[in-house]
Design a binder for this molecule. Structure first.
Ligand code: G4P
Ligand code: MG
Length: 180
């Protein structure tokens, strides 16, 4: 099955679109919470447009003995800073909404800190049946692009970035880019 290849430029444009939609929706975040590691680079680009500080959280699908687990667990969380989330408007950022499990877990964890509001932003939302659900407390969900349920190759995963850029150009020439 064909994969999507997005370049850093694609990602930057998508992040700019998200930022514009965040602003035009009237949502002014106090803080960006990035879900690692895929959310780190998108969050950093969003910061360029929104100018807000970034907190990072990390989730793992393996247990303390390195065995795979069905449920996510926190491997890194905002700790001290999370106490400061009360009453704040949070923009939660990840790269891809796939099964939605991680997003649901993170929203639920963040809600425990009584923020004023949580908005969710992802670069790419895959059109598919989701295992998780975004809790109803979340009134704003922004997906930069809605894409088919195919594997996405992100530039930060590329060992050969030139080959990655060439693959992205080839797939957009073939009309398969869908990311611009
Ligand atoms: P979701 O709630 O955001 O839908 O995430 P889900 O738990 O379904 O995703 C599990 C992992 O699979 C996540 O990585 C997610 O980024 C990754 N993933 C899902 N689909 C794709 C894809 O098409 N391309 C790539 N490159 N990754 C995908 P993770 O465990 O959080 O690891 P990390 O890579 O973010 O560090
Ligand atoms: Mg991820």
């Amino acid at each position: 099955m064909e994969k999507y290849y997005f370049t850093y430029e694609d990602i930057h444009r998508t992040a700019r679109d998200i930022a514009e939609r965040v602003v035009s929706s009237g949502f002014e975040p106090d803080v960006i919470v990035a879900i690692g590691s895929g959310g780190f680079i998108p969050a950093r680009i969003l910061r360029t447009f929104l100018g807000k500080p970034i907190l990072a959280v990390g989730i793992a699908y393996y247990d303390a003995d390195d065995k795979p687990s069905e449920l996510p667990r926190k491997v890194q969380w905002v700790e001290e800073a999370e106490k400061k989330l009360a009453g704040k408007r949070i923009l939660l950022v990840d790269e891809v909404d796939d099964s939605r499990t991680t997003l649901e877990y993170c929203v639920r964890e963040l809600l425990r800190h009584r923020p004023a509001e949580i908005a969710v932003a992802v670069l790419h939302d895959k059109r598919k049946e989701k295992r998780g659900a975004i809790p109803p407390e979340v009134k704003r969900y922004i997906a930069g692009r809605t894409i088919e349920d195919r594997w996405v190759c992100y530039p930060w995963d590329a060992l050969d970035i030139d080959g990655h850029v060439a693959a992205a150009a080839a797939s957009s020439d073939a009309g398969g880019g869908e990311g611009r």
